[in-house]
Design a binder for this molecule. Structure first.
Ligand code: HAM
Length: 418
């Protein structure tokens, strides 16, 4: 038997209503904030991700699904959506448009991580990218969109953690201070962090290993080394969040696992998620468009993990959609009339079904019950001859006799209120 790939899950029909519910909420919230949908490719040339996410990040070092195309070009399944969106923004010269470019996307991403609850190799993100505005209010727009969306879904115990990563110059000034602090405690770090001190020292600050956490407890903090410009940007973000009543918690250890960020960085976490506790995360990336060959363009965005949202979504939030009408047709004339009736109901806009394996009234009623249909139409040879059928309310068992041509209108008024 051929099995699915480890960390790559089927979303089965019993789960899709929950997914659709989440995706519809995401689209609604994106629309309210003026973000329009972009659909970017699932795979791109590898250098796009290596250059934007950063060669020394976990994603690029060990998590990408990379393969040669037939001509030898190295391609990669997208591990996230920002790089592709920026590539598309540049390629289609969207910066020339006088209207701010605000995009959202929903779709699968791929990372070769160790699978566990809430961590998959194919997972799905809802993300937004807001181009062209350096104003801290744009950061707040992006954060509040994510916060309002997750809050509307009533996800439990959400915390917005926020930090400032400063400007490029701020980081250039801060890194030697951090590195010399980390080197002075090199014996206390895990192997990975010992290596990161040289390759990606900021990441040592958010290592989850208890020894590393203890060793960095009193590390110099980037947030206390901000230039006046970065500090005023951060203060504006924090005060605007407060004006909107969105609670935030400063987390000086928050550095993010992708290299393109500057200034604002944030994560929304939930204690209900266990080790993989980030529901969504993002930040500002003012240098990325230029780094990838476009015009200087400030930008900010986030992405939220749909699997993690689906895990936490309260069961009662998802509306049940039951099939409407079951046509129980039997006998030779009844079956023919049944085929016509199914077609007429569907063309009228109703959800109508049957089970062709059932040939008796009893068999049909059993299947009507199992399917959860609200109504069954009982249609044998006698009914077909008389031109009317019996409608049975599957809940109350009440029955009604209705002329066949009137059935679409009958159900439309009953089910859709027309
Ligand atoms: P990220 O923090 O790598 O950021 O991912 C964002 C969210 O995707 C995470 O908070 C998590 O919910 C979900 N996620 C990530 N990896 C996995 C996984 N292996 N399994 C399940 N869910 C996962 C980014 O991807 C940035 N592109 C966000 C961004 C957009 N920044 C600016 N614009």
């Amino acid at each position: 038997m051929i099995k699915g790939i480890k960390g790559v899950k089927d979303i089965l029909p019993e789960d899709t209503p929950r997914w659709r519910f989440i995706e519809e909420a995401a689209r609604r919230w994106a629309d309210r904030y003026g973000f329009v949908e972009i659909r970017i490719p699932i795979f791109e040339v590898t250098t796009l991700f290596a250059r934007s996410i950063g060669a020394a990040t976990d994603i690029v070092e060990k998590e990408m699904y990379t393969f040669p195309d037939r001509d030898g070009t190295s391609l990669t399944l997208r591990p996230e959506g920002t790089a592709g969106t920026v590539r598309s923004f540049i390629e289609h010269n969207r910066g020339a448009d006088p209207v701010p470019q605000k995009y959202f996307y929903i779709g699968p991403m791929f990372r070769h991580e160790r699978p566990q609850a809430g961590r998959l190799r194919q997972f799905h993100q809802f993300g937004v990218e807001y181009f062209g505005t350096p104003d801290p209010k744009a950061d707040v727009d992006v954060i509040s969109l994510l916060w309002r969306f997750l809050s509307e879904l009533a996800l439990p115990d959400l915390t917005l953690e926020i930090n400032s990563l400063g400007t490029t110059a701020d980081r250039a000034a801060y890194l030697p201070i951090l590195i010399s602090f980390l080197r002075s405690r090199i014996g206390e770090f895990c192997d990975n962090c010992r290596r990161r001190i040289e390759t990606n020292p900021l990441r040592v600050l958010d290592c989850k290993v208890p020894g590393c956490r203890a060793a960095t407890e009193d590390a110099p903090q980037l947030v206390s080394h901000l230039s006046p410009e970065a500090k005023s940007h951060f203060d504006d973000v924090l005060s605007t969040l407060a004006v909107l009543g969105i609670p935030s918690r400063l987390n000086p250890r928050l550095v993010r696992g992708l290299d393109y960020y500057c200034l604002t960085a944030f994560e929304i976490t939930s204690s209900h998620l266990g080790a993989q506790n980030a529901v969504g995360a993002g930040g500002r990336y003012d240098g990325l468009v230029e780094l990838l060959g476009g015009p200087p363009t400030p930008a900010v965005g986030f992405a939220a993990g749909l699997e993690r949202i689906a895990m936490m979504l309260p069961e009662k939030s998802v509306p049940q959609s039951l099939p409407s009408v079951y046509v129980a047709a039997f006998g030779s004339e009844g079956t023919q009339a049944g085929a016509r009736l199914l077609d007429a109901l569907r063309q009228a806009g109703l959800s109508a079904q049957t089970d062709y394996r059932a040939t008796t009234l009893k068999g049909h009623l059993r299947q009507a019950d199992r399917s959860g249909s609200r109504f069954a139409v009982l249609l044998g040879d006698d009914e077909a001859k008389s031109g009317s059928a019996v409608v049975r309310n599957m809940d109350s068992k009440a029955q009604d006799t209705v002329a066949l041509p009137d059935l679409p209108r009958y159900f439309l008024s009953l089910i859709k209120g027309f």
